[in-house]
Design a protein around this ligand. Structure first.
Ligand code: NDP
Length: 238
């Protein structure tokens, strides 16, 4: 395979799909991972890429999937840890399960994938890792689990950036603000409007707004950027 490979987790819909579409348009071969086998296959076909059903919370399955992707497609040049969920509830009512699920997918997921991709990138002395955090990492009512996990992703990003700089691997995070995806479309109409009202640019973001910043961080233009966090939120402050 001549094209560099960009792996996008949670890539069959929403922001991940937008990232994959932008990367495909920029001549990457996109490999998407997602939970639903049929949906990931359809999305991969539409993107002209490859799709695998992989649950990022499963350490062993991720190890196996990284090996399969590199054998079948080639070396992963760009890793985008995008898969994420929310289970919003006020802290005093949040269940242990709601806490565990979100931390498992949103914080342990990126660790699991990096843990298995990074040794390969270190050997090749090349790689770009982009982790999708959230504007909520700084705190947001009803999102104690999500904010904690997304803040954890920033700590993970900044530590990995320091460890991997000498191997020519950059690691950065993007904090989307309020983006039009199935996740945000599930919100009650009133909460949706409250979020819209917080955006100085006056519109919800698109998955491609995030995808273009991912493409920048993956490009030679961002060769000297690592350990950084870029907000993509139309100026939104929570
Ligand atoms: P969506 O729910 O629209 O898409 C997320 C995708 O990830 C889904 O296809 C989902 O599959 C998949 N996924 C969930 N769990 C796993 C798992 N364990 N392993 C593999 N794939 C999984 O979310 P968004 O596109 O809105 O969000 C993408 C990322 O951006 C997330 O990390 C989110 O936290 C972050 N973000 C989103 C914002 C927004 O406004 N939308 C704002 C800030 C950050 P399934 O549907 O089958 O569960």
């Amino acid at each position: 395979m001549d094209q560099p490979i960009a792996l996008v987790t949670g890539g069959q819909q929403g922001i991940g799909r937008g990232i994959a579409a932008v990367m495909a348009a920029r001549a990457y071969h996109v490999v998407i991972w997602d939970l639903n086998r049929e949906a990931v296959a359809v999305a991969a076909r539409e993107l002209g890429g490859s799709g695998y059903a992989v649950d990022v919370t499963d350490f062993g399955a991720v190890a196996e999937a990284v090996t399969v992707v590199e054998e079948e497609q080639g070396p992963i040049a760009v890793l985008v840890n995008n898969a994420g969920i929310n289970r919003d509830r006020m802290l005093h009512r949040m269940s242990e399960e709601e806490w565990d699920q979100v931390v498992d997918v949103d914080m342990k997921g990126p660790f699991n994938v990096m843990r298995h991709v990074v040794p390969r990138m270190r050997e090749r002395k090349a790689g770009r890792i982009i982790n999708i955090s959230s504007a909520s990492w700084q705190g947001n009512v009803g999102q104690a689990n999500y904010a904690a996990a997304k803040a954890g992703v920033i700590g993970l990003t900044k530590t990995a950036a320091r460890e991997l700089a000498r191997f020519n691997i950059t690691v950065n995070a993007i904090c989307p603000g309020f983006i039009d995806t199935p996740m945000t479309r599930r919100m009650p109409a009133e909460a949706f409007q409250v979020m819209l009202d917080k955006i100085p640019m006056g519109r919800i973001g698109t998955p491609e707004d995030v995808g273009r910043v991912v493409a920048f961080l993956a490009s030679p233009d961002a060769a000297y950027v690592t350990g950084d966090v870029i907000n993509v939120g139309g100026g939104m402050v929570l």
